[in-house]
Write a protein of this length. Structure first.
Ligand SMILES: [Zn+2]
Length: 322
């Protein structure tokens, strides 16, 4: 693509001026056209190399580890080489009247937030952002937030706690035959048994987020959220985990990796990620990076790492150097 520029420069300097002799006009126009094409190719190439712009939102969470997990997720996204990451943090308690990120500056928003409602204008701008094609990634207790915010609950598909019950929508899970169950029974949304390592079962391997993952892989110790419920519209369950009654769980195969369509927007939701130890799992890290790429509308090109967990073995990354 440098060739047309070089040729034009040479041509102009040979002439010594922009005065075009008879018969040179066509040649000059051709060269200008080539130059324009060259610039066009250059622009596309640099666009393709541009990183995904991600924004992590945090500031309030019943999980006191949140400042650490935000930095861990920021690190995982940046270390993938695919993202630049900003963080927007609310005031530590109550509705923060000044919390008003410019959502449209970002390709994807990662929520590590479980706290007081955002100001109404911020909720409205966020709805428009996702409706119009923005990406959202929901991590663990972020699906506890905003039990009364109708549009947020449509975005996340399923949630827990926060006053959720049968009015929030059905429980959504797979039965022992692998069939999807939408259970309208009365009852609270959100529960978990004892923390333990558990097996993730890929149910839909034909999705960019799960493609190439082992069908079964061991996730590091975590809370296994069960009895989540919500509008459950446009939800595609990519992977589940069995919430064993032996651990105090529901006895159901609970969604662990989900994607949800909301307007033109894409949402990736994982209820995994309770503790910093849970988020060191290479399966969690891979799901986060791929899920954020997908939600951003980008090509999911993050390869399954060599140290991905196996069916029998948890695999974790060492603590990040601060
Ligand atoms: Zn938790």
């Amino acid at each position: 693509m440098n060739l047309p520029i070089a040729r034009l420069t040479a041509n102009l300097s040979r002439r010594g001026s922009l005065v075009v002799p008879t018969g040179g006009l066509t040649q000059l126009l051709t060269l200008l056209l080539l130059l324009a094409l060259g610039l066009g190719v250059g622009a596309r190439a640099s666009w393709a190399e541009e990183k995904i712009k991600a924004l992590i939102v945090d500031g309030q969470n019943n999980h006191g580890i949140w400042p650490t997990t935000t930095q861990m997720m920021k690190g995982y996204l940046e270390e993938s080489g695919r993202f630049t990451v900003d963080v927007a943090t609310t005031a530590p308690q109550g509705t923060d009247p000044d919390f008003n990120p410019t959502w449209s500056d970002y390709d994807v928003v990662v929520s590590n937030y479980n706290g007081a409602p955002w100001p109404e204008a911020t909720r409205e701008s966020f709805e428009q952002y996702v409706e119009n094609g923005g990406g959202l990634v929901v991590i663990h207790a972020a699906d506890n937030a905003f039990g009364d915010w109708t549009e947020y609950n449509k975005m996340i598909g399923l949630g827990g706690w926060g006053g959720r019950n049968e009015r929030s929508g059905p429980y959504l899970y797979l039965d022992d035959q692998g069939d999807l169950v939408r259970d309208e029974a009365a009852g609270p949304g959100g529960h978990h048994g004892a923390q333990h390592p558990f097996t993730i079962i890929v149910r839909d391997a034909d999705h960019p987020i799960t493609r190439g993952m082992p069908i079964a892989w061991m996730h590091e110790r975590d809370e296994l959220y069960d009895f989540l419920r919500g509008p459950a519209e446009n939800v595609r369950i990519l992977a589940t985990a069995y919430a064993s009654p032996d651990q105090g769980g529901s006895g159901r195969h609970e969604p662990m990796l989900m994607v949800i369509d909301y307007g033109k927007g894409r949402v990736f939701h994982t209820p995994m990620g309770h503790g910093d130890y849970s988020q060191r799992c290479v399966g969690f890290i891979t799901s986060l990076v791929r899920g954020a790429q997908w939600a951003a509308g980008a090509e999911v090109d993050f390869a399954i790492p060599d140290d991905f967990p196996t069916e029998d073995e948890v695999r974790v990354r060492e603590e990040q150097k601060q």
